[in-house]
Ligand binder design. Structure first.
Ligand code: PYC
Length: 339
């Protein structure tokens, strides 16, 4: 019997190469196949993401969902930037769709690409994302990249609202904050529970219901671009003495294992707005599994009458593998979800 040592003998329709990482526990499967300049139509990163979604959404499903991924998988597609000033272009995806910005994913991509020599070790790496340019500053030790700090896009409190929800008698108060994605932020005191892993399924149901209720209640428009927006992520937080902790629900009910990079920025923007976090004051944000991002607001600005903050977050990512995924032409099971 002959053992096949590579994929050349398999009847494959397609194959994809990824570098997989986790950032403080949250995976990022980084797709390399568009890095060599393979064309994605469009004259902006958003347009390129739209063409990917139109033409290659099956690749997202193939790589994010079972049997190659799982319902909580997260991914990034890396490509040559559209913006001449950027070093790298990235957009983000999960098992349900796409996000405009991702903090843990950006840390994962920058850290892995530096460790693998795909990026040269500059002190500042500019990453083009659908939300705008994000600046990454790596810190090294003798073994390579130790941590990465990213300066996220300008973030701001959009407003607040109350929405009726099935799991409370009273309406729920929600703060709406933009930090590269629009967030619904909810204080867990209103739910009468602390944030921990004993109730993850309930938090997922609540998070999805809150997101839908706020999207029903508000017609969100980004104040600077005029683009229509919607809440993509619900962040339910508590503030114990040692460090703020949150559970972050997005996609089709995914839970971020990391403290959520954009979610940390959203929380800092909210705290600054209510006078509880000053510029340059260190902020620690803990995830549902106890991992942490360090955050800071480095600056505030007035933009079109809105106070925006410039937030940074710092965290560590590690490579978990490099993979070649194939779509065997005999295999009908390209993407599996159990309802
Ligand atoms: O780190 O910004 C983040 C993020 C968004 C969704 C999952 N993680």
């Amino acid at each position: 019997m002959r053992a096949s040592r590579d994929f050349d003998d398999l009847p494959t329709d397609a194959s994809f190469t990824t570098v997989d990482t986790h950032t403080e526990g949250e995976p990022t499967r980084i797709v390399l196949d568009w890095l060599d300049g393979s064309p994605l139509a469009g004259d902006s990163i958003r347009a390129k993401r739209e063409s990917f979604a139109d033409e290659y959404d099956w690749v997202r499903e193939l790589l994010m969902r079972e049997p190659r991924g799982h319902d909580d998988m997260f991914g990034a597609v890396a490509f040559e930037p559209h913006d001449d000033d950027a070093d790298l272009g990235v957009f983000f995806m999960d098992s349900e769709g796409y996000l405009d910005m991702c903090g843990h994913g950006t840390i994962g991509v920058v850290s892995a690409f530096l460790d693998l020599g795909y990026l040269s070790s500059e002190p500042l790496i500019r990453v083009e994302t659908p939300a705008g340019i994000v600046e990454a500053s790596p810190e090294y030790n003798e073994d390579g990249v130790e941590r990465v700090t990213i300066q996220n896009v300008e973030s701001f409190v959009y407003g607040s609202t109350t929405v009726p929800v099935s799991f409370l008698d009273a309406p729920l108060s929600v703060d709406v904050v933009y930090a590269g994605n629009f967030f619904a932020l909810v204080d867990s005191d209103q739910l009468g529970v602390g944030v921990d892993t004993t109730r993850t399924d309930e938090f997922i149901d609540w998070g999805l219901e809150i997101r839908a209720a706020v999207n029903d209640a508000l017609d969100i428009v980004h104040p600077f671009t005029g683009d229509p927006g919607s809440i993509s992520i619900t962040e339910i937080y508590e503030s114990p003495a040692e460090a703020d902790r949150s559970i972050v629900v997005f996609g089709d009910g995914q839970v971020d294992r990391s403290p959520c990079g954009t979610g940390t920025c959203a929380k800092m923007a909210l705290l600054h707005d209510i006078g509880k976090l000053s510029v340059d004051e260190p902020y620690i944000h803990e995830s549902i599994i106890g991992t942490r991002f360090e955050g800071c607001i480095t600056e505030t600005k007035q933009r079109d009458g809105v106070t925006v903050v410039v937030p940074t977050i710092t965290g560590t990512a590690r490579i978990t593998g490099k993979h070649t995924f194939v779509k065997d032409s005999r295999d009908p099971m390209t993407s599996l979800r159990i309802a």
